[in-house]
Design a protein around this ligand. Structure first.
Ligand code: BGC
Ligand code: NOJ
Length: 819
């Protein structure tokens, strides 16, 4: 059992106590327009709004060493010539002490070497397009310490894709300006760009560098041995082409016990296109807009204030759901880390992490719709905006682009099209939004199709078309045609790819097949009921009746063609052959339809839900979570696609695909299997896996998309942390279904389904402007459901608490009893 740190629950930080974590353990800076990822050794990069098109600093993914490029400081002892990195990287000399505290929107990296302590705080102030590094250097020696401090960033030439591929051009384009110790990165500013980056320092600088080779000492030295640091003197180099960097040299002489704070500000500046230069036409950046901002944040009191505001901001967001349960893993994930991760998925979608390079994907239609389930209670207004942006990329057929670009908000096919599950997720997102906020007005909001002006219809009509899209595409068994794939991007039943260069996600599809998805059938059952409820609210009972009738038809189709005897089948392939059946040699049972069909209410009335879930437990459960399917595919099946391209046990091919586990946890609560629901939740809870850090390898404070499954070489090894729908769904599973505090149209339902050993829990939940203090009591040894509910002391029928006026504080007491 190896740990690399611990949770500081009070401070809401994860404290890493060794720099050489199994993988870089990262955090996010920024939550509006300026963002960065930062590892526990100060690796990572920054960007403005779009990680591909406005990349400020350079990062080369999965390098050797793996985490190369970052926000580096170097300290040099002028008396001895000894030099080191206070964040360990990039020099990696031994430190006498090291800790990294990842907090909510900030990271602090501290260390000590030879009596010199350095602690650097990194964060992005709210409302600004810049990041602050505040380095506090303390001399713990008995005598004066004469030190040089060097800073370092390497600039990316804005378009991160071009930056890594088009060297014939970009080794000639780099430009900088240096004025009063501020380094301005100005590549392409002379022509079409009106934005630049700047890197400033609060102290008078003894020197600077902007040319990488000069700083390093030629092309054969790395960041771990820069000649400028080695000899202790900057070269005042000005970059012309090649690789522009920003580096300052600051001389410090510290008396024994003295601390000095040095602030660096790295930021993004923009000028109106017609006033880029000062004087006009000169080619010199007009700095009048940016100067006051730089000046402001180089002052330590401003830094303190900005940090205070950031802390308040997060307290406010996270304060909206707070729980106190017998499980510390539950408490710290719900109260801090899972909610925080949900906000990161709101901000970053699937763009920039340690696994997503920021050059690939925009906002996924399916992904963002699901992410919303996890953040709607924290940022309802922004969730509303997200829904309208998503819906505006919908097509008039009811179908959807698979993604849109955040900078333009236009839908596109760059990562594939024709995923037939996509439109239905919008219904689930809107339903969640209306339940949380009570804002039915959103249904009347005019929204265009494919962003075409003049094509607007009320959002409600978009949802109707989304449901209709499925009904217009039914296969021979009455089940929805799958298209390119459904939620499982790798179940490509119409692909038939033989050529290694082709992408399963974008290659042309074979025409003429009848491939159907039982997963979409389950999703349809769920979405049709949600839309029927919205239709009722919207005053159109006929629509509601239609939706419910279609739902019943779909459930019937599943009864005849979707049930395999012990579980729900997965699909029918191009030729109409079954997928996910005991008849198959491999891939007999798949997790997704078991979760989604039960959530859609299929099999609840006739026992099939319980049977399916028992099969999940028997066939898919492992100590590291529930694998996606069993047995994993051992060879490539051309008729199934990418799923069988992965080695057994990885990713969709039988990995523990974290996103799907909470579906099962929810389904278990629906059939009343309280202990199994919680066990399912806990198995992949990152905090509960902390003690397995050397096996798990990813951060113990956030969900990873995938944990290698039982068929893999290294079961339990996680990959693709942070940007995953697992965040939202786990948050929903634990807060709404296991703890059972569930926003519904009529109010807050209190429907806990608790592990037998618990004796209850307490929670505070904001809901439509009021605050609910919820106390749930239950005798140990039983599970059961709510048997009595009082609201402000008054006994209620049922388990719904009606919405109270905004500002009210409501006391809710629930007793659970049962077997
Ligand atoms: C991955 C999927 C992912 C898809 C996105 C595939 O390679 O296995 O998890 O959804 O790419 O395009
Ligand atoms: C990750 C993708 O982002 C998501 O859209 C997809 O549903 C899952 N992988 C499963 O393939």
């Amino acid at each position: 059992m190896t740990r690399f740190g611990h949770f500081d629950d009070e401070a809401r930080e994860y404290v890493i106590s060794r720099p050489n974590t199994p993988l870089p353990w990262i955090n996010y800076l920024g939550s509006e327009e300026y963002f960065g990822i930062i590892s526990n050794t100060a690796g990572g990069y920054s960007f403005y709004r779009d990680a591909r098109l406005r990349r400020l600093t350079r990062y080369r993914y999965h390098n050797a060493p793996t985490d190369t490029g970052g926000r580096y400081l170097y300290l040099r002892d002028r008396a001895t010539g000894d030099y080191w990195s206070p964040s360990w990287a990039p020099i990696r000399t031994d430190l006498d002490d090291y800790r990294c505290r990842h907090g909510l929107g900030y990271t602090v990296i501290g260390s000590r070497r030879d009596g010199i302590e350095a602690e650097t705080l990194y964060f992005v102030p709210l409302g600004e397009t810049l990041e602050i590094w505040r380095a506090g250097i303390t001399n713990h020696r008995e005598e004066d310490a004469a030190l040089s401090l060097f800073s370092l960033v390497e600039f990316c030439l804005w378009d991160a894709w071009d930056d890594q591929t088009n060297y014939q051009r970009n080794l000639s384009t780099g430009e900088v300006e240096v004025v009063d110790g501020v380094v301005y990165h100005t590549t392409e500013y002379r022509e079409r760009r009106n934005h630049f980056a700047y890197f400033a320092c609060s102290e008078e600088v003894a020197g600077f560098d902007t040319q990488r080779e000069t700083f390093l000492g030629g092309p054969y030295r790395g960041w771990d041995r820069p000649v400028v640091v080695e000899r202790g003197r900057s070269d005042d180099s000005i970059a012309h082409g090649w690789a522009p960097i920003g580096s300052h040299q600051v001389e410090l002489t510290l008396a024994p016990g003295e601390t000095r704070e040095v602030v660096f500000v790295l930021g993004y500046g923009e000028n109106p296109p017609d006033s880029k230069f000062d004087p006009p036409g000169s080619g010199t950046i007009d700095k009048r807009r940016v100067a006051p901002v730089i000046e402001k944040y180089l002052r330590t009191n401003e830094v303190d204030d900005a940090l205070g505001r950031l802390r308040e901001h997060w307290s406010e967001l996270l304060g909206r759901v707070r729980v106190s349960t017998p499980s510390e893993h539950t408490d710290r994930m719900v109260n801090v880390w899972n909610a925080y991760q949900c906000m990161v998925t709101f901000n970053l979608a699937r763009s920039a992490s340690y696994f997503d390079t920021g050059v690939g994907r925009g906002m996924g239609f399916r992904d963002s719709s699901q992410d919303l389930l996890g953040f709607v209670h924290m940022v309802p207004e922004r969730a509303r905006g997200r829904i309208l942006d998503l819906a505006a990329t919908q097509l008039s057929t009811g179908g959807a682009y698979h993604q849109y670009q955040p900078l333009t908000k236009r839908g596109n096919d760059a990562i594939g099209s024709g995923f037939n599950d996509d439109p239905l997720w919008l219904i689930l997102a809107v339903a969640a939004y209306v339940k949380e906020t009570g804002d039915r007005g959103i249904l009347d909001e005019p929204v265009p199709y494919d962003n075409e002006q003049g094509s607007e219809t009320p959002l409600y009509e978009h949802l109707r078309r989304a449901l209709g899209y499925t009904l217009d595409r039914l296969g021979p068994h009455g089940l929805p045609l799958i298209g390119r794939a459904d939620w499982n991007d790798c179940l490509n039943l119409n692909a038939f790819l033989e050529d290694p260069g082709e992408s399963f996600q974008t290659a042309p599809q074979r025409e003429g097949g009848v491939a159907e998805s039982a997963f979409i059938a389950g999703q349809f059952a769920l979405a049709a009921e949600e839309l029927a409820r919205l239709a009722d609210l919207h005053g159109i009972p006929d629509d509601a009746e239609d939706d419910r009738a279609q739902r019943v038809r779909m459930i019937e189709a599943m009864r005849y063609h979707g049930w395999d005897g012990d579980w729900f089948r997965r699909a029918y392939d191009f030729f109409g052959d079954v997928v996910g059946s005991a008849e198959n040699d491999e891939g007999q049972i798949w997790i997704e339809p078991q979760g989604m069909c039960v959530m859609g209410g299929i099999g609840l009335d006739d026992g099939r839900a319980g049977i399916a879930l028992a099969s999940v437990e028997q066939r898919l459960a492992t100590p590291h979570g529930l694998v996606l399917l069993d047995p994993a595919f051992s060879r490539y099946h051309v008729e199934l696609g990418e799923i069988s391209s992965y080695p057994p046990g990885y990713k969709e091919n039988g990995g523990v695909f974290s996103h799907t586990n909470p579906w099962i946890a929810i389904a278990e609560t629906m059939v009343g299997n309280a202990d199994r629901a919680f066990e399912t939740y806990l198995r992949i809870n990152p905090s509960a896996r902390e003690e397995l850090s050397d096996v798990h390898r990813c951060e113990p404070y956030v969900y990873a998309q995938m944990i290698a499954g039982k068929a893999a070489a290294k079961p339990g090894e996680a990959k693709n942390s942070w940007l995953t729908g697992s965040a939202a769904w786990n948050f929903v599973a634990i807060t709404q279904w296991i703890l059972g505090i569930r926003p519904e149209h009529d109010g807050l339902r209190i429907d806990p389904c608790l592990p037998s050993e618990w004796e209850g829990f307490e929670a505070v939940r904001s809901f439509r402007g009021a605050t609910y203090r919820i106390d749930v009591r239950k005798p140990a040894g039983v599970t059961g459901r709510v048997s009595s509910l009082t609201v402000d002391g008054e006994e209620m029928d049922g388990n719904i608490v009606s919405p109270a006026p905004a500002g009210a504080v409501v006391a809710v007491e629930a007793s659970v009893s049962g077997p």
